[in-house]
Design a binder for this molecule. Structure first.
Ligand code: ATP
Ligand code: MG
Length: 395
């Protein structure tokens, strides 16, 4: 049997001028998410209809729950637009449900159907009251809301609604590069950026041999979780060791992190240009560590003119952890592999760095050549939401 999934758009319905574009991108995201499901789509400006075989229904529901830009969806049973067929199907559908009160709503887009919506809703209600025991109609707060949509040939019947993720379809805002470390904050930042329609590519600064290959695998696992929301993520791995060693050798200890992050930002800016990304994103949260005081942020931010999006800037750690648990990154994030920042972290990092001091240290570094080399040697791993497919990419 075939069913239809009725998809209500999320916030995009408020964007009048862009609506067509948003719907088009949403359709692309749905096509990608449902690669393994056979279905066909009908769409208009207010919703999308996905016709799916019964056998694929569960998989489709699971995948649609990971698509941004969907406000809610319902699964409808399809019957022929004939009075008796509809009465019988509604009865069959609700007889196993547990409820005391119900309401029937009928919409008739096929005006050739001989009975008016109001009249048919009454007929349906009467039919259910007669055949089901101890049920009542409650038009204000029913336990069960039964919707019937009569179209020319087919009628859709549905009761339950699934919540979608909301937000904008990933990609409507173009591409942004996420600084993805193995920590708790940056995957959450990535997820929130995706929710606003940014398609992610991730960037991982690696400091082999000071960090392990397990640390890289942890970042790949986190990228894989984020890839659920956009199918595939390019992970740029930046070989950062040389620049870190140089800073560690020649810089002032308390400025190590500040200078290191200025270098990261410079590399991010270069990679954004290369990848046509409009912004970069990270998991900085105001005041969380020395490099995230407003004074530090100001000095670090001075090396780029791109917007730096910090989706978790104003959340506290507990709030960030709650989202991490919800999206399933938390368990991976707390695995105990070292990050390139933690390896070189000084005992007393400065919380009020100055631009002048940074420039003085950087003058002694001859960093431009090293940065060029680092950018040249950056390589990409394509991370797919399904691991098996990822291997194909690597071969
Ligand atoms: P997280 O939990 O996200 O790792 P954190 O609390 O450890 O954050 P920092 O280490 O100061 O904080 O890093 C702040 C942000 O800088 C991270 O959220 C991430 O976006 C980025 N970042 C830090 N280290 C790396 C790295 N090795 N590769 C890529 N991005 C990084
Ligand atoms: Mg970190």
């Amino acid at each position: 049997m075939e069913r239809v999934i009725l998809i209500k758009y999320g916030e995009l319905t408020t964007k009048k001028g862009n609506r067509n574009f948003f719907i088009q991108v949403l359709e692309q995201r749905i096509q990608e998410a449902l690669q393994d499901v056979s279905f066909h789509i009908q769409k208009d400006l207010s919703r999308m209809l996905l016709f799916v075989k019964d056998a694929d229904l569960e998989k489709a529901i699971e995948k649609l729950s990971c698509v941004f830009g969907i406000h809610a969806f319902t699964v409808a049973t399809i019957v022929a637009s004939q009075k008796d067929a509809i009465l019988e199907e509604v009865y069959q559908l609700v007889k196993e449900e547990s409820f005391k009160t119900f309401k029937v709503e009928v919409k008739r887009s096929d005006k050739k159907f001989p009975i008016s919506s109001m009249e048919f809703a009454r007929d349906l209600g009467a039919h259910l009251l007669k055949n089901l025991k101890e049920k009542k109609v409650d038009v204000h707060h029913p336990d069960l809301f039964i919707s019937v949509e009569i179209r020319e040939k087919q009628t859709f019947i549905y009761t339950h609604s699934y919540a979608g993720l909301g937000g904008y379809p990933v990609g409507v805002q173009g591409v942004g590069l996420l600084m993805l470390s193995g920590g708790i904050d940056s995957p959450v930042a990535g997820y929130l950026a995706q929710k606003r329609g940014i398609k992610l590519e991730a960037v991982y600064f690696e400091a082999l041999p000071h960090t392990s290959i397990e640390a890289r695998e942890k970042v790949i696992s986190l990228a894989r979780i984020l890839a659920k929301y956009q199918n595939e993520i390019k992970l740029h791995v930046v070989p950062f060791t040389k620049i870190q060693e140089e800073i560690y050798k020649k810089g002032k200890k308390e400025y190590t992190i500040t200078i290191m992050r200025r270098m990261m930002y410079r590399i991010m800016e270069a990679l954004c240009k290369k990848q046509h990304a409009k912004c970069f994103i990270n998991g900085e949260s105001i005041g969380q560590v020395a490099s995230q005081t407003l004074s530090s942020m100001e000095v670090i931010n001075q090396v780029t003119s791109l917007p730096v999006i910090r989706p978790v800037a104003c959340l506290d750690k507990l709030e960030i952890m709650e989202i991490a648990r919800k999206i399933g990154t938390y368990e991976t994030s707390i695995l105990p592999y070292e990050d390139c920042c933690t390896v070189f972290v000084p005992k007393h990092p400065i919380i009020n760095p100055t631009k002048e001091a940074c420039m003085e240290i950087e003058d002694a570094l001859d960093f431009e050549k090293i940065l060029e080399e680092v950018i040249q040697n950056t390589f990409v791993i394509k991370v797919n939401s399904q691991k098996e497919k990822e291997f194909e990419n690597l071969l």
